[in-house]
Design a protein around this ligand. Structure first.
Ligand SMILES: Nc1nc2c(ncn2[C@@H]2O[C@H](COP(=O)(O)OP(=O)(O)OP(=O)(O)O)[C@@H](O)[C@H]2O)c(=O)[nH]1
Ligand SMILES: [Mg+2]
Length: 329
């Protein structure tokens, strides 16, 4: 289950400091020579892969990254201070390319891996460099060079961490729509969704987690019925499943067992994946009916079943809390 998260950023490395022209003035030294120091180099921009980030969400808000300039040279051949490098953290798996040429600068795969994307300008030379036999008192010095500036395209192939499963019409697309910025088609008939929708949900630590609405699970899916088989393969790569049940159906326990049976039939460890069970469309039942259905479901799954209404957006905070807890984030 992959989709591409993209961001465009501008990186500006620091300018080099200027060299200067000065002459030694010391007691008892009659003709002090040139002593102007060189400018410091500008700071560079470095991207660093960080396993704590999952998406490029934050680059939608801060897009320009600037490193500081190098300082001017000083007298007595003192080189100016270098500009400070700026380290920008990106999620592991980020691919970096130049917007203008399309050239790939690199792939940041492992946490801690770094890539310099803009080099700082060289510092200018002080007049001490221009001393020669013909010119014992050079006034010449050079200015620092500009740092590199680039438009970069960041691309990240996202892996869905949370898969929302359940029978057609359970409200999977509705749930992903209320939790994220995704706007999938929603309708009151089965098989509305034909390919998985993905949405990024912001978690308390600030970064995003990718949710996938996995459609088309029906009886026989593991054997290839419906759309199921294709998507069961994708579910394998998620870390957590949210199993959504429809409170408006005749027998939610039966529905639950249909889907669980498919997970079992497909194998590949799907049944061992951590799961959170959720009864959706709570407002279709009165309080005592809700209690009864929840109780029946809990008996079968041996775990808590969370009651929500995606349409009324109730119970969602509790659901997200449980999800973050299960993911350990
Ligand atoms: N009453 C009520 N209806 C809901 C709720 N959530 C979803 N629905 C309705 O249920 C129907 C199906 O919702 P979808 O989100 O399209 O369901 P889905 O699971 O994505 O269905 P498929 O894409 O066909 O697998 C729509 O008419 C929704 O408006 C809810 O909390 N309460
Ligand atoms: Mg759908």
């Amino acid at each position: 289950m992959q989709f591409i998260d993209q961001a465009r950023i501008i990186v500006k490395a620091g300018r080099g400091g200027d060299g200067i022209a000065t002459f030694r003035r010391e007691k008892y030294v009659p003709a002090g020579g040139p002593s102007g120091g060189d400018g410091g180099r500008g700071g560079k921009i470095i991207l660093e892969a960080d396993a704590n980030l999952q998406t490029l969400l934050d680059f939608k808000f801060s897009r320009v990254f600037t490193a500081t300039d190098g300082k001017r040279g000083g007298p007595n051949r003192c080189t100016g201070a270098s500009g400070k490098d700026l380290i920008v953290k990106v999620p592991c798996g980020t691919e970096v390319r130049h917007v203008s040429t399309g050239i790939i600068l690199g792939d940041l795969i492992k946490t801690g891996q770094v890539l310099t994307v803009a080099f700082g300008g060289r510092g200018g030379l002080g007049n001490a460099h221009y001393l020669s036999n013909r010119n014992r008192a050079p006034e010449k010095f050079t200015e620092g060079r500009d740092g590199e500036e680039w438009d970069l395209q960041l691309e990240l192939k996202l892996l869905a961490e949370v898969g929302i499963i359940g029978l057609p019409n359970a409200g999977k697309s509705t749930l992903i729509a209320v939790l994220s910025a995704a706007r999938p088609k929603i309708a009151d008939y089965p098989f509305t969704t034909l390919v998985p929708n993905l949405g990024v949900v912001r978690r308390p630590s600030g970064d995003g987690t990718v949710f996938a609405d996995i459609p088309g699970l029906i009886a026989g899916a593991a054997g290839g019925a419906g759309l199921g088989h294709e998507f069961l393969r994708h579910i394998q790569r998620t870390k957590l499943l949210v199993h959504l049940l429809d409170a408006g159906r005749e027998d939610p326990v039966k529905d639950l067992l249909i889907v669980e049976k498919e997970l079992l039939a497909y194998g590949h460890g799907l049944l061992q994946k951590p799961r959170i069970y959720v009864l959706n469309k709570q407002e279709l039942l009165d309080k005592s009916q809700q209690k009864e259905v929840i109780c029946d479901l809990q008996k079968v799954v041996g775990a808590e079943v969370i009651l929500i209404s995606a349409v009324m957006t109730s119970g969602l905070e509790d659901l997200l809390d449980k999800i973050w807890m299960a993911l350990g984030v």
